[in-house]
Structures are given as C-alpha cells and as structure tokens.
Design a protein around this ligand. Structure first.
Ligand SMILES: [Zn+2]
Length: 415
C-alpha cells in the first residue's frame, strides 16, 4: 500500500489563522485567549477507503504524516436486548473495546488504541521523543503502538494508575515509564509531561490539544455515519478530559460541511461521574469556567471515590474557544452526572443482557443515558449513539500480566 500524507491545515477558531502543521503544533501563536486548534482537511467529502478496515477507512479525515497500518476501529452495534429493555429502537452502540464476538478487538479494550495510532501517525519520526501523560489506558495503548513504530516515547503516569498498566507483550526499549509518586493524579502527570516536553529533543503530546488524538476519536462518529448513513440525533459519551466530546462535535462539523449529512449537530450528551463532575457543575451553573478553585483532596481524586478514575480530570478544556462549552452550546447539548451506584447498576444490567463487562467509564455513559431517558431529556425513539469505550477488560486482564519497567520515579509538583 502506498502511504499518502493527508492534506490538512490547522485552524485557530479564535483568530482564523491557518497554520501549516509539522506534526507537533498544539497552540496558535496569536495574542488571544486559549483556543483549541482544529484540522481543516483538503478532502471535504466523506470519503471511505474501502481497501482497509477500521479507523483508516476514514484516513482522509485523519492528520496522518507518517505511515501507520492497523485494522483497529469502532464497531457500531445494535443491542436488541438493551433496546427492548430501554424501549429505544434507534439506539446504537459505538463500541471501542474488546468484544471479539461482536467484532471489537481493541487490545487495550478502550478507544485509546485508536487515539494512539492517530497520535503516532502524526508525530514526526525524526528522532525526537514523544512525551505523554496517562491515567492508565493511554499508557497501555501508546506504549504498544510506539513499540511497533519504534518512536522514542516517555509515558508519565500517576502511581495510582499502575495497577491498570499491564501488557501481554513487554513494550520496546524505546518506551520509558516515569511514575509520579504519592497521591498524584492524572493532572500531576500532565504537569510533569508538559515540563519534560520543553526539553531539547522532547515534545509534549498535547492531550486534548493534540488534533490527532481528537480526530482519531472522531472516527467513532465516522463509523456511525458509514453504517447508519446519517449523523445521530444524540451522542452520549462519558467525559473526563472532555476530548471525546469535542472530537465527536468536530467530526460532526466535518460531516455537516460536506453537505451530505444535513445541517444539525448531534446533541452532545456528556456524562460525568459524580461527585467529581466539574464540567457538569460549570454547565449547570451556566458558568463559562470550570471551578478550578474547589480542588478536592488528592486521595479523593486518586480514584478513591469515583469508580471511573479515568474520568477524574481537573482541567478539562471547557472555556477555550473551540472547547467543551462551545461544543455544548453549538449542539444544544447537555451534561449530566451519575453516582457510582448508578454506574454499577448500569454495568450489571449490560452484563446481564449482553454477557460482557463494561469499564467504569462505559458504565457511567450508559447510566447517564438511562438517567436522561428517564427524565425525558432524550426521547426514546430518537436516533442515539452511545459511545461505549472500555469493554471486555476482564478477558483482557487474563491475558495481560506484564507490568511496565519503571525508568524513574518523581514527586508531584503542583502549580
Ligand atoms: Zn489564533
């Protein structure tokens, strides 16, 4: 297969500046407030590469600069039993996980494998080191993919995430792990990654600001579009860092701009895991900023109190232009929050109906959908896409026993 670089520019939604990407750009240099750059592809039509499977079918809308090959992708499913139970005939599951009976074969069991391929397909292979932070799943996915493409990579994780980081095959020597000790949380790992990324020869991956990460997740919407021939009316997704919600909205923007998918954005329905729900609180209060002020104590944030620890991000890109607030406003969206007990009940329900285990984050999304249906906020006959990321981990865990080799341990330095 001949590798074709996709043709795209980065657009700053604040000043309209268009930037030629070198594979590492995460910010506009304009003098204005925070702004999330987004991609603008030369290909405006929804083009499917039928020679391949999975996410690369939508490569025309991925910022790929280096060769990657994969059949990883989202599977769009209908669960007859769940639809009957919820009385939602038009509910579809956008599954990113490990559920081979239904065609889902992501090795980390989450959408992080898709993100990792997109990130490595954009990052320049010129000897520089990619520096990323992770709360667990990204570490597994990125380390595995970086080993294949031999991209020098440093992954920084909070110590509390270590139990979730296990491999079926040890990562290559090009991948190093740094652990932030004590009660460190994901955000502490981000601070450390950002700092290391300023060193010579190192580049911080960018988190939610990395367009590859977001457009990678955008292939989940593209998969829905291919199968259903339309955009969903509602897109339900659990959020921590929020990049999944923004990514879905951006993918819908491309679909609408193509002229072939109508003019209405899917209503974004974002679900947080209470009691840690900064996006929910900001949205409910009509505030244009997430309250960074009320920082709960670290033991709480380390996952002691929310079942979906991966959703515990303190600094989601809510206020920046092109961020969550804009996406929610433009899509006439909604944010809800569910307690652990509701998430556990949703996971139990799904397992009973479908015989497969959900990760806490996926359970939070399902619980949020149930809650919104019960409140009448989503009509039961609507065309709904429920993003289920994190499926089948129990089976994966049985195959994964190799812990990462830790290169360095550091202490958290909080700003
Ligand atoms: Zn700008």
């Amino acid at each position: 297969m001949v590798f074709e670089r996709s043709s795209y520019r980065l657009l700053c939604p604040t000043c309209g500046h268009r930037i030629i990407d070198d594979g590492t750009v995460t910010h506009c240099s304009g003098e204005h407030g925070r702004s999330l750059l987004r991609t603008e592809y030369a290909e405006r039509e929804f083009r499917i590469d039928r020679s391949t499977q999975g996410m690369l079918r939508y490569r025309a809308w991925l910022p790929l600069r280096e060769p990657v090959e994969t059949d990883f992708g989202t599977v769009i499913l209908r669960s007859d039993s769940l639809n009957a139970y919820l009385r939602t005939p038009n509910l579809r599951l956008a599954v990113n996980g490990f559920w081979p009976e239904r065609g889902a074969r992501l090795p980390s069991g989450t959408f992080k494998d898709i993100e990792a391929i997109a990130i490595l397909g954009r990052f320049p292979r010129d000897g520089r080191t990619l520096v990323a932070a992770s709360a667990g799943n990204t570490a597994v996915a990125l380390a595995s993919a970086a080993s294949i493409y031999e991209v020098p990579t440093v992954i920084i994780v909070p110590e509390s995430a270590l139990p979730r980081i296990v491999f079926s095959r040890a990562p290559g020597e090009n991948v190093r792990f740094i652990v932030v000790t004590g009660n460190a949380i994901y955000d502490d790992a981000i601070v450390a990654a950002r700092k290391l990324g300023t060193r010579d020869g190192h580049v911080f991956e960018g988190g939610a600001q990395n367009v590859a990460r977001r457009d990678g997740i955008g292939t989940t919407i593209a998969a829905y579009m291919e199968v259903e021939g339309a955009l969903p009316e509602y897109f339900v997704q659990a959020v921590g860092s929020g990049s999944g919600g923004i990514a879905a909205h951006e993918a819908a923007r491309r679909a609408i701009a193509s002229g072939a998918f109508g003019a209405r954005f899917p209503h974004l329905v974002l679900v947080q895991n209470a009691p840690f729900a900064p996006i929910f609180h900001a949205w409910a209060a009509g505030s244009n900023s997430v309250e960074a002020a009320h920082r709960p104590d670290s033991a709480f944030l380390a996952g002691a109190e929310i079942s979906a620890a991966v959703l515990g991000s303190l600094a989601p890109p809510y206020e920046p232009k092109g961020g969550l607030l804009d996406a929610l406003t433009e899509s006439a969206g909604d944010v809800t929050a569910v307690e652990n007990v509701a998430a556990r009940a949703a996971a139990a329900l799904f397992e009973e109906l479908e015989g497969v285990d959900l990760d806490p984050a996926a359970a939070v999304a399902l619980a949020g959908l149930i809650e919104r249906l019960e409140h009448g906020a989503i009509p039961r006959d609507a065309h709904i896409a429920l993003h289920i990321t994190g499926v089948g981990r129990r089976r994966l865990a049985a195959e994964r026993r190799i812990p990462p080799t830790i290169a360095t341990r550091i202490e958290a330095t909080r700003p």
